[in-house]
Write a protein that binds this ligand. Structure first.
Ligand code: ADP
Ligand code: MG
Length: 709
């Protein structure tokens, strides 16, 4: 069957018609035959089994019963009426109930005629009943193409209200198979099919809609999932290759004076092997003629900052400027102070630009940026303003990139210098850093077009942070523990949830907490800092600095301290209402401690009532410190939809594969996509022709090139 018939609008399929076509388009996004064939079932039910009414159980499962409707009546209820049918077989009676669509049902039901009914059984008023059953005349039921496993398709309330039940969907898909004779163009190469022992496209499609057996269904699903993931990977890998060959970047040919001096004389510690490896990867990128577009993943505290710094030194050594953008003012200030300190013996100029930079200073920064006197600019998204113009920005680094959007990233691209040789603006090399580890499988799909570096090793001497879960009633004990730690010279964070900075309730919680802590830890013995989103930036910074210098022992804060803040002497992290935080946020917060040589602790405080999900989150935090492990659990709990960055990518629009459950298939698909492209980069061999054609077809309909570049 050639691809063209599959592009036929759905209206033309027998049994569809304009009204149904309209609903299918609006409710399920089905426009063409192709879309319909790619409407994959959510699940399957066993239709080989028929129940007698006296066999029914009160466990609300889906059953199939055979019998006659003997009576139909409307019963008044609080609002409107319900339609009730009495259904009878040779063992007893039960009820069917409809809350909507009465007229249509009254008109179509035949009394005292054998029906097969299917639906979820309820136990109600001492009888079994099925609300909104699927009904089919026995005579028709026997005629239909039937398979043991019956597909259950995605639906919407509107569809079932308008009578487009699962059965109707099955019927029109059957019709589609009739019209196309069930023959579909193969979309994978012979090689792949043979090597992977895959079903053919036609067999797979048939068995996913009308499985002949459990095992054929499994094979069909595997084939279709593999194919879907294969083409996504192919697209990402191709994009990356094209990017490298097309997008020129400034080659940073040398590693010069600043880098070498720093490396020899000023490195504050020995680099970990992971850091060394990552710096090598970055140096390699920077030295090639292509623009670097790299994601650096590393758990909290793994030491990404030094990697950023050394990369910037390479840029300066090659006569370029560099910038580092961080999501919050606190973090920018901290980076600024830290880099200034580390580079004080080097002859380079570093400035800080944030929303609270004074006009005069701002003007000076603009000037020195444009005349090239400034080497490194650090700041918040203030860096993105149009007025900020670099003389020759060669490297842009984004810290905690999940806090920024794609739009902001692409703005940085445009801040590169204009070069006559290359003919137009050349984007700076881009390094994005994140401490929100994305499970590898997801990273492959979401960031498959970026190169990925991973720091998978913490600096030596770090002790595991001991994490415990305590209920509110244990508060006195927890306070005693805090006192003991402070006595030892340590410092403590106490964090309150503040999901929205404007939420008055949360603010009150924080203030109440602060008051009670001030009572339990009175001045002058104890000094307490407080930081929250409603404060002016300067005040926030002042309080942070007091804590960082050790002038205060307790920092009461909201999640504004979530990212990046570094106070190595702080060894206790108390998280209040921990059940309200997401896993990655809890992990980030915990990462604020365990930065020094001392044993650190994280105490998760909660009330007594906990949902299953919060319980899982807390247990995960208690059982592991590994950010990647935590990210996997997070992905399982929330699905990919909420994971940062996935919104922009295709992974959410998967039709049959599941990024979480099918990660093994994803890995295989990626492996084969890479292999195919390494053997035949232009996909021009005879065997790969089918891949090229399918790929072109897919890109035509999916508009897959609309990435940030
Ligand atoms: P993150 O990856 O979370 O941004 P940082 O770069 O802030 O981590 O590093 C965390 C802490 O570890 C800092 O105090 C930093 O100076 C220190 N650090 C980084 N690398 C090393 C290393 N190789 N050896 C010892 N300490 C290190
Ligand atoms: Mg950091």
């Amino acid at each position: 069957m050639n691809g063209n018939i599959l592009q036929t609008p759905i209206d033309y399929l027998k049994g569809v018609g304009p009204n149904r076509a309209d609903l299918l388009r609006k409710e399920l996004g089905i426009h063409t035959y192709q879309d319909l064939i790619n409407l994959f079932p959510n699940r399957y039910i066993d239709r080989t089994q028929y129940y007698k009414i006296n066999q029914l159980q009160q466990n609300a499962s889906e059953v199939q019963v055979v019998g006659k409707i003997t009576n139909l009546k409307e019963v008044a209820q609080k609002r409107g009426k319900r339609l009730v049918a009495t259904f009878q077989d040779d063992t007893g009676t039960m009820e069917f109930v409809w809350f909507r669509g009465h007229k249509w049902i009254r008109d179509s039901i035949k009394l005292n005629t054998p029906y097969v009914a299917f639906g979820k059984v309820n136990w109600f008023n001492g009888r079994f009943s099925i609300p909104h059953p699927e009904l089919e005349l026995v005579a028709e039921h026997e005629k239909n193409l039937r398979s043991a496993m019956q597909a259950v398709y995605p639906s919407t309330e509107k569809l079932s209200n308008k009578g487009i039940t699962n059965r109707v969907i099955i019927k029109i898909i059957q019709q589609l198979f009739l019209e196309t004779k069930g023959k579909f163009t193969e979309t994978l190469s012979k090689d792949l099919i043979e090597e992977q022992k895959l079903l053919s496209k036609s067999e797979a499609l048939f068995n996913v809609h009308f499985p002949k057996s459990q095992s054929l269904l499994a094979h069909a699903q595997f084939r279709l999932k593999f194919e879907e993931l294969f083409y996504i990977q192919l697209q990402l890998i191709l994009k990356n290759l094209i990017h490298k060959s097309k997008i020129k970047g400034f080659p940073f040919k040398k590693v010069g004076n600043h880098f070498n001096t720093f490396f020899k004389d000023h490195l504050p510690f020995e680099l970990t092997n992971a850091q060394k490896r990552v710096i090598k990867e970055i140096r390699h990128d920077l030295g090639s003629n292509a623009q670097m577009n790299r994601l650096l993943q590393g758990d909290v505290g793994s030491g990404k900052t030094i990697v950023a710094l050394m990369s910037m030194l390479i840029a300066i050594d090659n006569g370029f400027q560099a910038c580092l953008m961080a999501p919050t003012e606190i973090l920018s200030v901290q980076h600024y102070n830290n880099l200034k300190e580390q580079c004080k013996k080097l002859n380079i100029s570093i400035k800080l630009l944030t929303g609270s930079t004074k006009t005069l200073e701002r003007r000076k920064i603009h000037e020195s940026l444009e005349n090239g006197k400034l080497n490194i600019l650090i700041g918040t998204h203030a860096l993105l303003e149009d007025k900020v113009k670099f003389k020759n920005l060669g490297l842009a680094i984004i810290d905690e990139q999940h806090r920024f959007g794609v739009a902001q990233r692409s703005k940085l691209w445009k801040k590169g210098p204009t070069s006559r040789e290359v003919g137009g603006a050349v984007p700076p090399h881009i390094l994005v850093m994140t401490a929100t580890p994305i499970p590898r499988t997801l990273a492959m799909s979401v960031y498959g077009d970026l190169d990925i570096s991973i720091i998978d090793e913490l600096p030596p001497g770090r002790k595991e942070i001991k994490t415990v879960h305590r209920f509110d009633k244990n508060r006195l004990q927890v306070f005693r523990f805090i006192r003991d730690e402070i006595k030892k010279g340590r410092q403590v964070y106490i964090v309150y949830p503040l999901i929205q900075e404007s939420s008055a309730m949360d603010y009150k919680d924080l203030m109440d907490g602060y008051e009670s802590i001030s009572r339990d830890f009175p001045m002058p013995e104890y000094q307490i800092s407080i930081v929250h989103g409603k404060m002016k930036a300067a005040d926030k910074d002042y309080e942070m600095q007091r804590f960082a210098k050790g002038e205060t022992q307790i920092m009461v804060a909201t999640t504004v301290i979530e990212v990046g803040v570094n106070v190595p002497n702080a060894s206790v992290m108390i998280i209040e209402s921990a059940e309200r935080f997401g896993l990655s946020q809890l992990h980030q917060l915990r990462g604020r401690v365990g930065r020094g040589a001392e044993q650190s602790y994280c105490i998760l405080m909660t009330g007594h009532k906990l949902s299953n999900d919060s319980r899982t989150r807390l247990e995960t935090m208690v059982s592991t410190n590994d950010g990647f492990e935590i990210a996997e659990v997070d992905l399982k709990l929330r699905g990919p939809g909420d994971i940062m960055g996935t919104q922009q990518s295709g992974v959410l629009n998967l039709k049959i594969a599941d990024i979480v459950k099918d990660k093994d298939i994803l890995q295989q698909a990626r492996f084969y996509a890479k292999r195919v492209l390494s053997q035949d980069p232009t996909l021009s061999s005879t065997d790969n022709k089918v891949i090229l054609n399918t790929y072109k077809q897919l890109s035509k309909y999916k508009n897959i090139w609309n990435y940030i570049s």
